[in-house]
Ligand binder design. Structure first.
Ligand code: GRF
Length: 202
């Protein structure tokens, strides 16, 4: 039985597409059970629908409180019985209900080498700082902002003529590779966490 992934998105969904493509190979060991988002009308949903994957929307503005939204998001994810929840370009901070239900099996990908440049503009901030190397990070989500234990990272060079778009595209190429390779090893070999150290496989 392959592992069940629920992937949460907010935009283009190229990370999602990389996972969908990888899951087409039975030896990868996982399948995307559902795709959820905080908004609709996004390309990521078109990708899911083309692959015949169920989608759900959970909008913050549809709820009285952020906590109500968080609890509904946890419920919607749980309805698909995920072994692993993947935030892939999901632009909202999940809350205590999602963390209580999926903590330890909830991963996020960020387009910078954490702890450097957390938050909404990791690529822009790295470029503005003038770093020569940036990259991407896959980490286990905790209660902070991009602060959880690191699972994997990939370095990406910054070119002198880069702007935010060109650099983000190069980072996303590395990010998709890191996400697919690491999630695959996690679902096939398992993982353990000791303090801030994550070990995939034995
Ligand atoms: C990714 O770089 C992700 O790290 C960031 O937003 C981008 C989403 O890209 N939060 P996509 O929607 O997967 O194409």
């Amino acid at each position: 039985m392959s592992a069940r992934l629920v992937v949460l998105v907010s935009g283009a969904g190229t990370n999602l597409q990389a996972l969908i493509d990888a899951c087409a190979d039975p030896s990868y060991g996982a399948g995307v059970a559902a795709v959820g988002a905080d908004r609709d009308g996004i390309e990521a949903f078109a990708r899911a629908q083309r692959a015949g994957i169920p989608t759900f929307v959970c909008r913050v503005s549809d709820f009285q409180t952020r906590g109500d939204w968080d609890r509904e998001l946890a419920r919607q994810c749980a309805a698909h019985q995920p072994d692993l929840v993947v935030l892939a370009g999901f632009m909202k901070l999940v809350g205590p209900a999602v963390l209580a239900m999926f903590g330890g099996r909830l991963v996020n990908t960020h387009p910078a080498l954490l702890p450097a440049f957390p938050g909404m503009h990791g690529v822009r901030d790295a470029l503005a700082y003038g770093v020569k190397v940036t990259g991407c990070t896959l980490f286990l989500v905790d209660e902070g902002t991009d602060s959880g234990p690191v699972i994997g990272q990939a370095a990406v060079p910054v070119h002198d003529d880069d702007d935010e778009r060109s650099l983000h595209e190069r980072v996303k190429t590395a990010e998709r590779g890191l996400l697919v390779e690491t999630v695959g090893r996690m679902v096939r070999q398992g993982w353990s966490v000791h303090g801030r150290k994550v070990t995939v496989g034995s």
